[in-house]
Every structure is written in structure tokens, then in C-alpha cells.
Design a binder for this molecule. Structure first.
Ligand code: NAD
Length: 352
């Protein structure tokens, strides 16, 4: 019998499956909205324009300046575009950067969001928004931030480059691994975490082998949804804190940073969270940190922070920031041990 627990579900409508992109207009109408601003990153502008046309009279325009870590300056431009277009609804087409922009708008004007998720980052199912201003990343959590509708159509992800698919998938795994040992974990979040890990463990090698495989793409999106849901419902710890620091203060790319750090943070917490991590460890050869490292290496993922342009002299500052503002982690966050962890991740050495 489980121990006493608290379980809070984030209310959202999820439309999953091949061809579900055809439902976007219906979902907007069901929300009672009539004018959509379509959001994307600059590189996905053409797709966003096409979607805006497909939406017919619902399409009010495109704003394609979404950027990683949600700069407040870009959000302000998007708010102006939203008002100018007379929009009353957001459709975010893309990954966490585009979704982050949609959330930032909704946080300010409470516009409903239909998200068409095309990476595995999981932001679409969380009420969390990270924004950057003056080189600092801050996080807010609010019900207005949670997207109302999420559409997962595997067909829209076959063009996601293999390298991005791999790092994004490892980013999703990181949510689930931290979810397994979260202080406020519950039987449902742990079920979702394990199902998400299993699904991605199967999907990512299949995507590397055959990027066009709709089965593999579907499995990966399913896993990403589950892992994202875990991120949105329980508290994260050391791993997310370190990635947050590296992304916000050193502008490192989000998914790559997660991919590189995950084996090391899993190894750091392995002993202190042995029981909670046991089912995941069993999937990765019995030892989670090393197993995740080997898995990432087999997928061709980046393994060393130095390859992302972080200088070795910054590691002390990252370690200092990691121990500031104490937060819960299964193993105490000790500066020297964190500095060692960071050195290994910087070098790209397999965790012990
Ligand atoms: P991203 O959204 O920046 O996408 C990576 C690149 O892939 C972009 O250039 C994008 O245009 C491109 N791309 C996306 N989908 C594509 C497709 N189907 N085909 C081809 N190219 C495609 O990356 P991400 O890792 O998804 O998101 C990172 C951001 O999300 C960070 O800012 C991070 O902080 C945030 N995030 C937030 C949460 C949350 O809960 N608040 C969770 C996860 C990530």
C-alpha cells in the first residue's frame, strides 16, 4: 500500500496522434476564440505562415521571433503584435522556446493557448515559465501559464534533426529521473516517469536509426508528454537547478546542457535515492549514471560541457551558484562534490 501522498493534476486537454494537426482550428473554436496569433522561432517561420493560412479566417498573423530562455524583450514585442493583430488566442507551433513565448504572453494577458509541440522538452504541460532579463533567468509558476490544449502530431516531428531529437529526448528523461526521487513524488508521477523513460529509451535509438519512422516519433512524443507531465507536477532538484544556472547565467543551449549533465546528476544522487531510482537503474544496466552516459554516447549526444563553449574557469562560479539558496535534493548539495561533478561533466568523463 502506498504511503500517504498528494497528487495534483494540471488540467489540460491533450490531443495525441497522427493527423491531429487537422484539429487545431476546431480546438480554437471550442475555446470560443476567433483570432489566432501563431508563434514560432525564426527558423520555423514558413511552417507558421502555412498554419496561419490553413486557419483561414481564424488566422490573425504570425510572430516568429521566439528565442531560447524567453527574453522579456521579445515577449514585449510579441505583446504588441498580439494587440495589433486583434488576437484573442495563441497557437504556439514549436518546442520549448516558442511555447515559452506563448506562456509569457498568457501570463500577462491570460490569452488561451493551443500548443502544437514539436520537440520533447515538455514545457507544454507545465504551469512554469522561465524568463530572462539582464542576464538572469527567473521562474514563475501560475495557472494562467498552463496551456489549455496540447496537440501532439508525430508527423510534425519527423523533420526535427536527429541531434536535436536526441538532446531533447534526454532533456525529457531528466524530468522523469528527477521526478522519481522528487520529495513530493507520488505513485502516479512515478508511474508516468517510468512509462516515459521506457518509451524514450526505446524511441531514441530508433530515431537515430530511422529519423522518419512515425512509430519511433510517436513513442518519443508519448514519452515526452509523460516526462513533461512529471516536470509539471512534482518538484525538481539538483539537475534542473544546475541546468537553470548554466542556461540562465552562461547562455548554454537548454537541451544539450540537460543531455550532458543528466548522467552526472543521476550518479550524484544514485546512492541517496537508491530505492526510488531502482526501476530506472534496472533499465540502464543496473547503474543509472554510467548507464545513462553509455546510452547518450550510443546516440551520439554531446558529452562534455567544454564543447558547448563553457570555460573551465566558470566552473567555480557555477558551483557557488548551485549551493546558494538551499533547495531539496536527495543528497545534500555540497560545494566540493558539486565542483567535482561539474569538472567531470566539463571533461565529458563517464561518471563513476
Ligand atoms: P527549442 O524550442 O529552442 O527548439 C530547438 C530548435 O529546433 C529551434 O531552432 C526550433 O526552431 C527547432 N525546431 C523545433 N521543432 C522543430 C521541428 N519539428 N523540426 C525542425 N526544427 C524544429 O528547444 P527546446 O529544447 O524544445 O526548448 C528549450 C526552451 O524551453 C528553453 O528556453 C527552456 O528553458 C524551455 N523549457 C521550459 C520548460 C518549462 O516547463 N517551463 C520545460 C522545458 C523547456
Amino acid at each position: 500500500m502506498p504511503h500517504a501522498f498528494l497528487y495534483t493534476a494540471n488540467p489540460a486537454r491533450v490531443v495525441f496522434g497522427l493527423g491531429s494537426q487537422a484539429r487545431i482550428a476546431d480546438e480554437v473554436r471550442q475555446l470560443g476564440r476567433t483570432r489566432v496569433l501563431v508563434l514560432s522561432t525564426p527558423s520555423r517561420r514558413e511552417d507558421a505562415e502555412r498554419l496561419n493560412l490553413q486557419l483561414g479566417e481564424l488566422g490573425a498573423g504570425v510572430f516568429s521571433e521566439a528565442a531560447m530562455h524567453t527574453p522579456v524583450k521579445v515577449t514585449e514585442q510579441a505583446m504588441t503584435a498580439f494587440d495589433k493583430a486583434g488576437a484573442d488566442c495563441i497557437v504556439a507551433l514549436g518546442g520549448g522556446s516558442t511555447i515559452g513565448l506563448g506562456k509569457a504572453i498568457a501570463y500577462r494577458n491570460d490569452a488561451p493557448q493551443v500548443v502544437v509541440a514539436t520537440t520533447y522538452a515538455g514545457s507544454e504541460v507545465t504551469p512554469i515559465l522561465g524568463q530572462t532579463e539582464n542576464g538572469r533567468k527567473t521562474t514563475v509558476k501560475d495557472p494562467s501559464i498552463l496551456p489549455e490544449v496540447v496537440i501532439y502530431d508525430p508527423e510534425l516531428t519527423v523533420g526535427l534533426p536527429v541531434a536535436v531529437s536526441v538532446t531533447s529526448g534526454l532533456n525529457a528523461l531528466a524530468h522523469a529521473v528527477e521526478g522519481l526521487y522528487a520529495k513530493d513524488r507520488n505513485p502516479i508521477s512515478s508511474l508516468m516517469a517510468m512509462e516515459g523513460i521506457r518509451s524514450l529509451k526505446q524511441a531514441l535509438p530508433a530515431i537515430v536509426e530511422q529519423p522518419q519512422s512515425l512509430q519511433a516519433r510517436s513513442d518519443a512524443l508519448y514519452g515526452a508528454w509523460l516526462c513533461g507531465t512529471v516536470l509539471g507536477s512534482v518538484g525538481m532538484a539538483l539537475h534542473h537547478k544546475l541546468c537553470h544556472t548554466l542556461g540562465g547565467s552562461f547562455d548554454l543551449p537548454h537541451a544539450n546542457t540537460h543531455a550532458i549533465l543528466l548522467p552526472h546528476t543521476a550518479a550524484y544522487n544514485a546512492r541517496s535515492a537508491e530505492e526510488a531510482l531502482a526501476p530506472a537503474a534496472a533499465l540502464f544496466g543496473g547503474e543509472l549514471g554510467g548507464g545513462l552516459y553509455d546510452f547518450a554516447a550510443s546516440l551520439g549526444a554531446p558529452l562534455a560541457l567544454k564543447a558547448l563553449g563553457l570555460s573551465e574557469s566558470d566552473l567555480d562560479s557555477v558551483a557557488d551558484q548551485a549551493v546558494q539558496n538551499p533547495y531539496w535534493n536527495p543528497r545534500p548539495v555540497e560545494r566540493e562534490a558539486i565542483r567535482e561533478l561539474l569538472q567531470r561533466a566539463w571533461n565529458g568523463t563517464r561518471p563513476e
